[in-house]
Design a protein around this ligand. Structure first.
Ligand code: NZQ
Ligand code: ZN
Length: 388
């Protein structure tokens, strides 16, 4: 398959790469005014805030904290106002995927004359066609947002969670210091492992592509995550393990794996709706949906499930057994990280969720999803029902 691969983000990987921030910002900002964007306060208690701040003495810095996990449109619009009023020239995101995604939105919305929600809700003719330059300091290896041009923004009052992206939304640079992993709660490390794992699977469990290198690269990420997962949760201060986790997370979604292969992002699309409805952590929604989606699509995905079972899980047996066993192994792997894989593990209010998500797929025109365009809204209903 033909592809275009473009990724201009400079990755500053390793311990204490904060030291390069000022130089990087100077090379791309339009003035010396910076918005420093962060989340609910973890960077203040774990020392990352002061490490970053001491690099910014040459700049006029405005702090903007309080970006939520699953960043909220209304909060981000407050930042947009500040950036406009103070004529800020650069935004630095310090956080996980939520802060980074939120900053992508802020940087796109700031020069957009109409209602930025129109872009997210795909109103005809509404697109972000420029963005303020931004950089990131990653504090949670999971989403790959530090190295890609996508973002996901929530609007709770509407129970909506929408994607956005485009070539303007690559960070100018991203500081990826693996020693941040030791400051993370176990729950977030587990989430990061699962999110990276599922990003890789969504670009791999489709049909055989004849793109042998890409398939081996996906298998390398999956195998590495399996190899390190239990140990990194137990020893988050181990820099070798933390470095490998951070590399896996970035490489799983920096655009490389999808080059020249089919992809199927339906697990993510359903998962986003579970977060919008229940507030379940992003990675956990993926653990709930992915096994049921693969069972639903087992005939379409059989060849790759068998390949995955043999190469990644070292399973043996006939193809019929192997495909099912590979799905089971994946679910048990998620559970081994302390992650529950049923909707009812998170909420008792399950009577309307399958209808609700099916309806969203219909209303957005997502009638044929997956690498073979074989996943219909009826399938989505069945997948969600079985996930309860
Ligand atoms: O709010 P703060 O204080 O930052 O605390 C966060 C938050 O409570 C905390 N945390 C982050 N770094 C920490 C830390 N706590 C202690 N020490 C640290 N070093 O962890 C919590 C979760 O943070 P969040 O940023 O929400 O997690 P994650 O990185 O998993 O991001 C999830 C968001 O990214 C979107 C998801 O939908 C969700 O909204 N995604 C973005 C993607 C992209 N842009 O490419 C792809 C993904 O598939 C995903 O959809
Ligand atoms: Zn994800």
């Amino acid at each position: 398959m033909e592809f275009v691969h473009y990724n201009p983000t400079r990755i500053l990987f390793g311990k204490d790469q904060y030291n390069g921030i000022a130089e990087q910002i100077k090379s791309c900002t339009v003035n010396n005014k910076i918005l420093l964007a962060f989340g609910g306060g973890s960077i203040q208690s774990n020392g990352i805030y002061s490490k970053v701040k001491e690099q910014l003495t040459d700049f006029e810095v405005t702090d903007f904290g309080g970006i939520e996990a699953n960043p909220e449109f209304d909060t981000l619009m407050k930042a947009v106002e500040i950036v406009r009023n103070k004529e800020i020239g650069f935004v630095l995101a310090v956080g996980g995927g939520s802060v980074i995604d939120g900053v992508k939105f802020i940087c796109g919305a700031v020069n957009f004359d109409c209602d930025p929600w129109d872009v997210l809700s795909r109103k005809e003719g509404c697109v972000f066609d420029s963005a303020l330059p931004f950089g990131t300091v990653l504090t949670l290896p999971a989403t790959g947002s530090e190295a890609n041009s996508g973002a996901v923004i929530s609007r709770s009052p509407l129970k909506e969670k929408r994607t956005m992206g485009g070539p303007y939304f690559f960070a100018k640079f991203s500081v990826c210091d693996p020693t941040v992993v030791k400051t993370l709660p176990k729950r977030q490390i587990a989430n990061g492992i699962v999110d990276s794992f599922v990003h890789t699977l969504e670009q791999y469990i489709t049909y055989p592509s004849e793109n042998l290198l890409q398939e081996r690269q996906a298998e390398a990420i999956l195998s590495t995550l399996i190899e390190i997962s239990a140990a990194i949760i137990e020893n988050p201060g181990d820099e070798k393990l933390a470095s490998n986790l951070m590399l896996c997370a970035t490489h799983a979604l920096n655009g490389n794996l999808r080059c020249g292969v089919p992809t199927d992002w339906t697990t993510h699309m359903i998962g986003h709706e579970l977060t919008a409805y229940y507030g379940i952590d992003h990675a956990r929604t993926l653990s709930i949906i992915l096994p049921r989606l693969y069972e639903n699509q087992i005939d379409n995905k059989r060849e790759k499930l068998v390949q995955y079972g043999k190469r990644v899980w070292k399973l043996e047996g006939d193809d019929q057994e192997l495909a099912s066993l590979a799905i089971k192994k994946t679910e048990v792997f998620f559970q081994s990280l302390g992650i529950q894989t049923k909707i009812s593990d998170y909420s008792k209010d399950t009577s309307e969720i399958a209808d609700h998500i099916k309806q969203i797929f219909v209303s957005r025109g997502w009638l044929k999803m997956g690498e073979r365009q074989a996943i219909t809204p009826e399938d989505v209903h069945s997948i969600v029902s079985k996930a309860i």
